[in-house]
Design a binder for this molecule. Sequence first.
Ligand SMILES: C[S@@+](CC[C@H](N)C(=O)[O-])C[C@H]1O[C@@H](n2cnc3c(N)ncnc32)[C@H](O)[C@@H]1O
Length: 252
Amino acid sequence: MLTNVIRKIPGAVRLYRSMRPRRREASTPPPSFRSILQPLGEPFTSQLESMYEGHPQVGSDGETHKMDASTLISPQQGMWIFDLCRKVRPTSSLEIGMAYGYSTLFFLAALKANGLGHHTAVDPYQDYWKGIGQALIPKLRMSDTCHVSNELGVQAMIRLGMEHRTFEVIFIDGSHRFDDILVDFTLAAQICAPGGHIVIDDMWMPSIKKAVSFIRSNRSDFTEIKTPIQNIAVFQLAGSDKREWDHFIEFA
Ligand SMILES: C[S@@+](CC[C@H](N)C(=O)[O-])C[C@H]1O[C@@H](n2cnc3c(N)ncnc32)[C@H](O)[C@@H]1O
């Protein structure tokens, strides 16, 4: 009855239709961990799926331990690192801050798929994490591909520099204090291979944002690479550091 009246008024049908409550779109379930992680291949997909689902994991003492769900990188962020390593095909990659080894597994999956490369994972506080990250390496038969160091990030990067080592991909996810991030980046820059990438995690933190502002304003030897992942900042070494001894550009 009402609709018959509406039909007679010019323009009213369109208006009526636009005002009708719409049927709610069926909500699309978020993609499963498995579907996101599938491209990694086994054993990495299953291992990471188990970790993201929060299943207890075996530590370096051989015992099973509960996981602290606050220490990880997102599957999307990990896949971005995996894709970068598939593209760059690093002969050497490095990460500062291993914890349970989520990021380590994305690196190792890429190196295995590439059929080349060696990874170094640094974390001095592995006991705190029950040695779960460390225990993954022999479990996944990756001991020839991955070295785990219990040095501080700064100690490891100074030593690696003195050994004339360089890395095509470096992931910084260790101490998150402003000054530590700046020191980590400065040391990482010295052992970054020409054209290499430095990925900085946790852009949601004010300390990281501030350090990244300094890099953007002052390190013109690096080009920033834009990514769809908001939680990381990525810099590619584009030239040599030609700053004068007193160079300084104010940063926001
Ligand atoms: C956010 S967690 C790393 C998460 C890890 N990348 C992952 O994907 O699971 C930060 C880690 O940095 C380590 N860490 C803290 N200070 C450090 C330092 N000075 N050098 C190296 N690692 C450090 C901590 O032990 C912790 O495991």
